[in-house]
Design a protein around this ligand. Structure first.
Ligand code: ADP
Ligand code: MG
Length: 729
């Protein structure tokens, strides 16, 4: 055991950074070489086929079979020239990560040989054997087939030697079994709702695009150390480990110089990302030791989300080249910062206006405020639904903890916007405003600086922060598919914008002038959503108390957080917007409950195993050494000397022995609790049982193991310690 641990350390010490490859080319020269983007379509497709794809991308029209055949031919020609031998439909099932099943292009040519074949049918639709993907009961066995369908709005790309075609994944009866389908629907919903409102301000607006710029946080751990930690291998997080004497308290990691080996990994990763058209832009060290961040330039949301999934996959592959493993878990190490995935979210009109950017005149600023206020109101009204969409087994460790956004949803606006809302709240009156009052108000609204220079926007404690030209949704977990959060965010804002438009229209019909109608409704929204606005320290205990006084909700466990999904009014909203039918929603929620149960179950088993077959035996061995030592002391020394010399040792033996027997008893009790929970049929009740009766053991058992780690001989300790996992590289 001890040998293995030190061999692992030795391996790490001997690692050389991989040499730099391909330093000669400019990024712009090989950017998107492995993407079948529009310029390549133009080259490889007939004009007709090209037009068909472009209108599918831009107008959401479908591509007919004849055109699909032509597209497939062009795509195949390009793919073969670029070394592809296989193709796959690439999709986002309701698991962590993407799914792919590769098929070779080959088909018999009738002469005993093969040819490379690819048709419109193969491009457009596939029937993967889908019965092993989670569906929450949607795909009962009699309709076990699901199929994937081409999403032309996200271009095909070549991953190693496989042409990957982004697709949606739906059941035979047309229900979404993935993240992409409802994401696309939510993008359409927000487009319609936001366009209708934007047209109050500019009749030229025909569509609104949702943008996403994600920031991916992650940890790197050396492969040899990773392999020596079964908990990391099986659960993605350390289930035990005493904190290192030094971790992040010196604040010396954030933005510090990137270690060469890590930098080589990043360069390698970025080069592959550029070939796949992922516009990665920023890399830096994060707050915790061995924690890093990667962020691209923002893109249209569906594409950006595909790119996030591509990157997560790529990171794992490239990390192996560099003998690292990537940890996407939200809280791989207790006591130090966890990882999130900030989702920078904004809306942009086809006329080029970012609806979350202050404009140059009062009119543009009123539009800006309209979108800000409606977003705040949506977050206020749907705080529980938003939380449900980001809360899960792994993110709960981060959200509850002190150095991450709390489980209370709030909106940070900064002082300038706050002042503007306060002003509107008082300046708008419930009667018809006088021309002077209106001019005054408009003048004030016109004063929002074009770029908001609010230093407090560095407030990192808010789960949902306005950062000058976008909202930064920080509560999203690092391992999540962004879509899980964005489907709901798009939905609630779309729903609120639709209500807003209806209310304003009613006033206009009654003869109220448009601007005045907008002011009046906005004023009410400002007042109603006020409790959700919070510019202070979201990590503080005072905020927890203050939020309770304001009537905001605070939920600290997964089953309860997920329960919000089941509220009829939410199901109604989501189905009215045609984002998720009630059946789809309920199926998905069941999947979430099951995921939670399974994750806790796996963690609990791994912890139990490690405790019993790694920790206890080693502690016993060490204790035996101590016992022998005490015995020899007795033989050698006089009774009085012996008493003095052995007292401490005996105490240590008692300590170790107590920890060991407590661990054994707790593991036994935990196993019994699991057995009881396992026979519960109902997914919700089962998750509750896991949360209430199994989960609490994890911390208790860990406590005793971590105490043992401090006293047992370092050479014997069977697992790499925090100081090694976090500092040796
Ligand atoms: P920080 O780390 O300070 O939050 P970064 O510059 O690292 O900021 O990352 C911000 C992310 O937000 C990037 O992905 C960037 O492209 C994205 N972003 C910038 N402007 C917008 C916008 N209008 N809409 C969506 N995302 C945006
Ligand atoms: Mg950020």
């Amino acid at each position: 055991m001890a040998k293995m641990r030190f061999k692992a350390l030795e391996e790490v010490m001997n690692r050389e950074p991989r040499p730099l490859v391909n330093g000669e080319k400019l990024t712009s020269e090989y950017y998107k070489t492995l993407v079948f983007d529009q310029p390549k379509m133009q080259k490889y497709l007939s004009r007709e086929a090209y037009q068909a794809v472009v209108s599918a991308i831009e107008g959401g029209t479908s591509v007919d079979r004849k055109m699909a055949d032509q597209v497939a031919q062009g795509m195949k020609a390009w793919a073969l020239e670029n070394g592809a031998t296989h193709y796959t439909h690439w999709f986002h099932p309701l698991t962590d990560g993407t799914a792919e099943k590769h098929d070779a292009f080959i088909e018999y040519n009738g002469n005993g040989g093969v040819i490379e074949a690819f048709s419109g049918k193969m491009l457009a639709q596939q029937e993967p054997d889908a019965s092993s993907f989670p569906s929450g009961g949607i795909r009962a066995t009699f309709e076990a087939r699901g199929y994937t369908a081409w999403d032309p709005s996200s271009p095909a790309f070549i991953s190693e030697t496989t042409l990957s075609i982004p697709t949606i994944f739906i059941s035979y009866t047309g229900e979404a079994l993935d993240y992409k389908t409802p994401l696309l629907r939510s993008i359409r919903a927000i487009d319609q709702a936001a366009t209708a409102v934007a047209r109050y301000f500019d009749k030229e607006v025909k569509s609104v695009q949702a943008n996403l710029g994600w920031e991916q946080e992650y940890f790197l751990v050396d492969e040899a150390l990773f392999m020596a930690r079964p908990d990391l291998v099986l659960t993605g997080r350390t289930l035990m480990g005493h904190s290192s004497s030094k971790d992040q308290q010196l604040e010396d990691h954030y933005f510090s110089s990137i270690p060469t080996r890590v930098n080589r990994f990043m360069i390698d990763l970025e080069q592959e990302a550029y070939k796949l058209g992922v516009p990665v832009k920023t890399r830096h060290n994060e707050v915790a030791p061995n924690q890093f961040e990667l962020a691209p330039i923002y893109e249209e949301m569906n594409l950006a989300n595909d790119h996030n999934q591509v990157i997560m996959d790529l990171m794992q592959k490239i990390a192996r080249r560099h003998k690292f493993r990537v940890l996407f878990h939200e809280k791989p190490f207790a006591g130090i910062n966890g990882s999130g995935k900030h989702n920078n979210w904004s809306l942009q009109t086809d006329t080029g206006v970012n609806l979350y950017s202050p404009g140059k005149n009062p009119r543009a600023n009123l539009q800006f405020l309209t979108f800000i206020i409606n977003t705040i109101k949506a977050v206020h009204d749907y705080q529980d639904l938003l939380r449900a969409s980001i809360y899960n087994a792994s993110n709960q460790h981060r959200l509850g903890a002190n150095e991450a956004p709390p489980s209370i949803i709030s909106v940070f606006l900064g002082t300038e916007i706050t002042q503007m809302l306060d002003l509107m709240e008082t300046a708008v009156v419930d009667r018809k405003m006088t021309p002077d009052e209106k001019t005054e108000l408009k003048l004030n609204i016109g004063r929002i600086p074009e770029i908001i220079l609010d230093t407090t926007d560095r407030n990192r404690t808010s789960p949902f922060a306005f950062t000058g030209n976008r909202f930064e949704y920080r509560a999203v977990g690092s391992s999540a598919n962004c879509a899980s959060a964005l489907i709901i965010l798009n939905a609630v804002v779309a729903s609120q914008l639709t209500l807003f438009r209806q209310e304003v229209d009613v006033l206009i019909e009654k003869g109220v002038r448009k601007d005045e109608a907008i002011f009046q409704v906005l004023k009410r929204l400002i007042i109603e959503s006020k409790p959700i606005r919070f510019n202070g320290n979201g990590y503080s205990q005072e905020w927890v108390e203050e939020a309770a006084r304001r009537g905001l909700t605070n939920v600290n466990n997964v089953p309860e957080a997920l329960a919000a999904f089941m509220r009829p009014e939410y199901a109604k909203m989501l189905s009215e917007l045609e984002i998720l039918s009630e059946r789809e929603l309920h199926g998905r929620v069941e999947v979430e409950y099951e995921k939670f149960t399974k994750k806790v179950q796996i963690e609990s088993r791994v912890l139990g195993d490690l405790a019993i077959n790694h920790i206890v035996p080693v502690s016993v061995k060490y204790m035996t050494l101590l016992l022998k030592n005490v015995k020899y002391l007795k033989e050698v020394f006089s009774p009085q000397e012996y008493e003095e010399l052995s007292a401490g040792r005996k105490q240590l033996i008692r300590e170790i022995s107590t920890h060991n027997s407590t661990i054994k008893a707790l593991v036994y009790e935990m196993t019994e609790a699991r057995k009881k929970a396992n026979v519960i049929e109902d997914a919700v009740e089962k998750a509750r049982a896991y949360d209430q009766t199994v989960l609490p053991f994890m911390e208790k058992i860990r406590y005793h193991i971590d105490k043992l780690e401090l006293v047992v001989d370092n050479e014997m300790w069977p697992l790499p310690k925090y100081r090694e996992l976090l500092f040796v590289r």
